[in-house]
Structures are given as C-alpha cells and as structure tokens.
Design a protein around this ligand. Structure first.
Ligand SMILES: Cc1cc2nc3c(=O)[nH]c(=O)nc-3n(C[C@H](O)[C@H](O)[C@H](O)COP(=O)(O)OP(=O)(O)OC[C@H]3O[C@@H](n4cnc5c(N)ncnc54)[C@H](O)[C@@H]3O)c2cc1C
Length: 398
C-alpha cells in the first residue's frame, strides 16, 4: 500500500493498515516537522481518535488543554460556554508542526515506512496495480493507494479525478502571536457581521502564545485580496485587540489556505486509489474543522481495503463510499444547513441567545460545537447508544 501525504488523514490510514499487517509506504513532499496552515484546534471527536491511534499528548510540545469557549455574537453579546470538567479532554490546541510529526512517529512505531521529503509527481492506473512516480524513489507499484495529500491533492489530479477551477468552499487565514494576555488562555470565537457565516478565532497555546485567524465561506466571486485587506482590520477591532492584549506580537506573516467541504459531492475513489481528509473535501462546512474528519476517513479507507481489497477496486470503492455515507454525510449536511442560518446577523444572534439561555444549554452547546457527539446525532437515531450524549472526553486516564 502507498499512502500519499503524512497529515492526520495519511497517518490514520497508514497506522490502521500497518497494524493489520500490511506493508505500507507513506510519502510526503515535506520534511517533518512541517507547518500546516490550520487553527490547530482539536475537537472531542479528533481527540478520541488520536487516543485510539495511540498518540500521547506528552509527546506534543505545544499541547494545550482547554476548558472554556467564549463566543461573541455580531451584536456584541459575549457568552462563555464551559466544557465538562474532570472527565477528560473535550478540546485541545496543538501546533500542527508538533502534532503531525508526533502522529508520524506513531506510524513509524506501527511499522509504516515513512519517506518524507519525497513528492508524488505522477500516477497512473496499471490494471492490477496503481503506479506512483515519487521524487527520489522512482516508480512505486501498489495494490491500493490512499490520497491523503490535502486540498490540492496531486494524486486526485494525476488520476483525472480533479474538479476544474475548484478553489475550496472556505478560505482561512492564520497567524501565530506571542505575548498574548491571560484572557486569551481560553478559546475565543468572534462572529463579525462582515465575515458571516465565517468567524474569527483565537486559540490558546502554551507560553502566552495563540493561533489567531479567520475563515470565510468562499463564493465564486470572493477575491482573496479582499481577505488580505480585511485581516489587519479585523486584528485592530477593539473586541479582538482587548482579548489578545497590548503586548501581543505576530511571530511571522499570516498564512492562508483553502478549506474543501463537499464530501457529499466529490469522487471518493479513482481506480485503485481512495481519497481521504482534505483530498476528499471532508471538512465540516459550518466550522471548517477537518482534523477529526481526516482521521475518520483515513480509518474508513484502510478498513475498506482490508475488508474488500481481495475482491477488487470496485468493491473497495463501494465499501469506502458506504462508510463515508454512514459516518460523515448526515453530519456534513446538518452543518451545511446550519451554515445557511448563520449567514445573517439575526441567525447567529438567535443561535447564541438560545445556546446561552441556561447553564444546561451552555454546557451542551459547547459539547455539540466541539463534536463531542456527531453533529446530526439528534436526527440519526441509528447512532444512539448508551452515553452518546454524556460520554467522557478523551485521555481521561491522563
Ligand atoms: C486556516 C485554517 C484553519 C483551520 N483550523 C482547523 C482547526 O482548528 N481544527 C480542525 O480540525 N481543522 C482545521 N482546519 C482544517 C484542517 O487543517 C484540515 O482539514 C486538515 O489538515 C486535513 O488533514 P489532511 O491530512 O487531509 O491534509 P493535510 O494536513 O493538508 O496533509 C496533506 C499532506 O500531503 C502532503 N502532500 C501534498 N502534496 C504532495 C505530493 N505531491 N507528494 C507527497 N505529499 C504531498 C503535504 O505536504 C501534507 O503533509 C483549518 C484549515 C485552515 C486552512
């Protein structure tokens, strides 16, 4: 098996295959640890999967447990949403440079042959195998390949499964700051009227640092230049400046990256290749979060290969598509629906007012927002089981 891409989707797939006894080579064009433009936020769903894969938070230098989320509505109302205490971790922040490298170490320990600094340059279907040309490694022949190579997925393009002129459904900016105030030790989310249904965030990191950014839904005519102008303007707004504090200093220029969020509409397979994570456009269309979805699709692709690989590529594709439909598509559609409600100030204002109405609604909104249970769990009774709405967080023993 060849896995292209060493982010969370690639590591999850590679670890699952290697633990089932398959020979797995994972190639990535970057040398790890490498940065990935991201908010670095880990939801409860992502944390539970990371725990299952065997990732130890102690091995991720920038790991930051979070207890409280502050949300500011477009009208200026600010509400604190507390996550449960003493029952494990429901939200954490970890720089992707650290997290992804630590996850690759878990993959190496599972027996994956990790080759970073080797880029995929081309690929083709060769009947009984898929052939992949990789810089510095020549042509690899694999029974199955997994495209975990991110939003621009070169493997998808090489196999003719790319979407012409597709630039992502969201576009997001991120910048690291140091010297932030104590107030920025919690998660902050600002719904600014001019970026709805997008939002700005500040996610805390150890040592007085924070990951600050904003994302907007990309319409066909959204010019990225407009976002570039908006960024310094957003940072200068009093509600954001007050949280970051007077000593907050950017560590480096901002970075920007697309967020693909249409897993219910893209091709998930091409011949002997399956696409996972951002390469499968699997992010949540309401929040733009994609780490949990990357980990889940990686696992589902590996399971489909393990279950149906000996039957043939068509059976593997069917198996994988059914898994994605079962585990992701209902939540994806629920998020897409809610995104319509948050397009306008009134929708967001109402949502925050309802969510902040009582201690109970505040606690439960925080858990729902941070994917403690599937987004659409309430309308998919087939997934109800004991504890689904009240389960402990991840890393409880720690
Ligand atoms: C600004 C921003 C903020 C975000 N914030 C959050 C957040 O807080 N929480 C969250 O859950 N999600 C967030 N997301 C989404 C999240 O970053 C992605 O969904 C997630 O990284 C997807 O993981 P992946 O493994 O599919 O892809 P990636 O993490 O993008 O990994 C793809 C890998 O493929 C490699 N690759 C690319 N081309 C080649 C090639 N030719 N050959 C070999 N390797 C190749 C790359 O080097 C890379 O390592 C955010 C996204 C953005 C843009």
């Amino acid at each position: 098996m060849v896995v292209v891409g060493g982010g969370p989707a690639g590591s999850s797939a590679a670890i699952s295959l290697a633990r089932a006894g398959r020979d797995v080579v994972l190639v990535d064009r970057a040398r790890f640890p490498r940065d990935k433009c991201c908010g670095d936020g880990l939801t409860a769903a992502a944390l539970r999967m990371l725990e299952e894969l065997g990732l130890e938070p102690g091995r991720v230098a920038s790991w930051q447990h979070v207890d409280d989320i502050w949300v500011r509505s477009p009208s200026g109302r600010t509400v604190r949403f507390p996550l449960p205490r003493g029952q494990g971790t429901y939200a954490a922040i970890a720089r992707r440079a650290d997290l992804d490298a630590a996850l690759l170490d878990v993959a190496r320990d599972a027996g994956v042959d990790v080759r970073d600094s080797h880029a995929l340059t081309d690929a083709r279907d060769a009947g009984a195998a898929v052939e992949l040309d990789v810089d510095g490694l020549g042509t690899l022949r694999a029974a199955y390949a997994i495209g975990a190579d991110g939003a621009w997925s070169p493997l998808r393009k090489a196999l003719g499964a790319g979407e012409a002129r597709y630039l992502g459904d969201w576009h997001a900016f991120r910048q690291y700051f140091s010297g932030v105030s104590d107030t920025a030790r919690d998660i902050w989310v600002w719904f600014e009227p001019d970026v709805l249904p997008g939002y700005a965030w500040s996610f805390p990191l150890p040592g007085g640092r924070a990951n600050v950014g904003f994302g907007i839904v990309r319409e066909e005519d959204t010019p990225v230049g407009h976002m570039k102008q908006l960024w310094p303007d957003i940072l200068a707004r009093p509600q954001i400046r007050d949280v970051l504090g007077p000593a907050a200093t950017p560590e480096a220029p901002h970075r920007a990256w697309p967020i693909p969020a249409r897993v219910d509409r893209v091709r998930l397979a091409a011949g002997r290749a399956l696409f996972v994570g951002d390469a499968a456009a699997a992010t949540d269309p309401m929040t733009g979060e994609g780490i949990a979805q990357a980990l889940v699709t990686g696992r589902l692709a590996a399971e489909a290969i393990l279950r149906s690989g000996s039957v043939g590529p068509a059976a593997v594709a069917r198996d994988y598509e059914a898994g994605v439909r079962r585990e992701l598509v209902a939540d994806h559609r629920m998020s897409a629906l809610l995104t319509h409600a948050t397009r306008h100030r009134k929708g967001v204002r109402t949502a925050i007012r309802v969510a902040g109405a009582s201690d109970w609604t505040r606690r439960n909104f925080a858990r729902w927002l941070f994917e403690d249970y599937p987004r659409a769990a309430i309308v998919t009774p087939r997934r109800w089981r004991r504890g689904v709405f009240t389960g402990p967080g991840a890393y409880r023993a720690a």
